[in-house]
Design a protein around this ligand. Structure first.
Ligand code: SF4
Ligand code: SF4
Ligand code: SF4
Length: 187
C-alpha cells in the first residue's frame, strides 16, 4: 500500500501529523481502538450528539469487550454505532473518530471474536482475560513462586508441580518474574 493521502484513506485511515506507529502481534487491536477513542471522547467539544454521546457509548462497548463481558451481537452493534457516528457527526473529529474501530474490525475480526466468543486476548494484553498458568512439565517444585505470591494463590508440595488458583490470582505477574524455569506463562 502506498503511504500517501489516497492510500491511507482507502485503507480506512488518514494522513495525520506525519507520525507512524508500527505494531505487531503483541498489540491488542481492541485495546488500540479503545486507546484512540479515549482521545476523541476527551477532545469532543460536545456540540453534536453522535460525537458527544455516541463516542462514549462506543468506548463503553470496547471496554466491555476488553473485560470479557461482551455478548453475541455486540460486534454488530459496535459496527452499527461506529457507522452512525461516522455518517452523522458534525465535524472531522467526530467523522473520523470511529475509524480505528472500523478498520480494526475489518482487518482483525478474529481478535474481536476471540475476546467475545472465547474470552481470550490473543495478544495477551487485556488484563481481565489473562490467566497465569504453571506448566506441570516445566515446574520443578522449587516453591519460589508460592513464596512471592502476595495473595497465596499458588499451592503445591516441594519438588512437585505447583498450581495457581485463578479465582484468587490478582494477575500481578510476580510469580512469572521469579520462576527461573520458565514454567509460568500467560494464557
Ligand atoms: S463531531 Fe465535532 S462538532 Fe460534533 S461534538 Fe465532535 S468535535 Fe464537536
Ligand atoms: S517458581 Fe517455577 S519452578 Fe518453582 S514452583 Fe513456581 S512454577 Fe514451579
Ligand atoms: S500473578 Fe501474582 S497473584 Fe497471580 S499467582 Fe502469580 S504472584 Fe500470585
Amino acid at each position: 500500500m502506498a503511504i500517501d493521502y489516497d492510500g491511507l484513506l482507502a485503507s480506512g485511515s488518514m494522513m495525520g501529523s506525519g507520525g507512524m506507529i508500527v505494531m505487531d502481534e503483541d498489540d491488542c487491536m481492541v485495546s488500540v481502538a479503545k486507546f484512540y477513542l479515549d482521545f476523541t471522547v476527551e477532545e469532543s467539544c460536545g456540540k453534536c450528539t453522535p460525537c458527544r454521546i455516541g463516542n462514549k457509548r462506543l468506548y463503553e462497548m470496547l471496554d466491555k469487550i476488553t473485560l470479557g463481558k461482551a455478548e453475541e451481537g455486540d460486534l454488530t452493534r459496535l459496527r452499527n454505532l461506529a457507522n452512525v457516528i461516522k455518517d452523522t457527526a458534525l465535524c472531522g473529529l467526530g467523522q473520523t473518530s470511529p475509524n480505528p474501530v472500523l478498520s480494526t474490525l475489518d482487518n482483525f475480526p478474529e481478535e474481536y471474536e476471540a475476546h467475545v466468543k472465547e474470552s481470550k486476548c490473543p495478544a495477551g494484553q487485556c488484563r481481565a482475560l489473562m490467566q497465569y498458568v504453571i506448566s506441570p512439565k516445566l515446574c520443578t517444585g522449587c516453591t519460589l513462586c508460592a513464596r512471592v505470591c502476595p495473595v497465596d494463590a499458588i499451592s503445591g508440595d516441594k519438588k512437585l508441580p505447583h498450581f495457581i488458583d485463578t479465582s484468587v490470582c490478582i494477575k500481578c505477574g510476580a510469580c512469572m518474574e521469579k520462576c527461573k524455569f520458565g514454567a509460568i506463562s500467560i494464557q
